[in-house]
Design a protein around this ligand. Structure first.
Ligand SMILES: [Zn+2]
Ligand SMILES: [Zn+2]
Length: 144
């Protein structure tokens, strides 16, 4: 079942379980990002990112933030567990009302599915993109 949120809260956390979160509201959108920075975070592949309203997300444990300027020009904070290194969050400084959670950290990653591929112009040449999903070659419009 994809994109079915009958069961709230949505829970998840990092590999070592030092970081845990609970989300009391439904996701806004799930997008698969192929930007060059995401290839570092995604160990060579894309990242799958689920947008939530920040006010719905309760995080426990230390999430260390790495700040950098993305190709979009936005300053992003990429949150990860300092103990196990799992990427957990991404936040644009200009949009503090949103937090993107890395889909791999969901307790049940199957509850969401990407609805679009973004930054496809930076994808590695071997990538097979789902032709049924919208593709944005660069930065998409804000999630909310
Ligand atoms: Zn951890
Ligand atoms: Zn990206």
């Amino acid at each position: 079942m994809t994109n079915d949120f009958a069961n709230l809260p949505i829970t998840g956390g990092c590999l070592c379980k030092a970081v845990r979160y609970s989300v009391s509201g439904e996701p806004i959108v799930t997008r698969q990002c192929w930007c060059r920075l995401c290839q570092y975070v995604g160990a060579g592949s894309s990242t799958v990112n689920v947008a939530f309203e920040t006010k719905h997300v309760t995080m426990t444990g230390e999430v260390r933030k790495f700040e950098s300027v993305a190709d979009s020009g936005n300053t992003l904070l990429r949150g990860f567990c300092p103990a196990c290194g799992t990427p957990v969050t991404s936040e644009a400084v200009i949009r503090p009302h949103l937090v993107f959670i890395r889909a791999g950290t969901l307790d049940d990653p199957s509850i969401v599915a990407p609805v679009m591929n973004i930054w496809t112009k930076q994808a590695p040449q071997w990538v097979l993109l789902d032709p049924d999903l919208p593709m944005v070659t660069g930065q998409p419009p804000p999630a909310a």
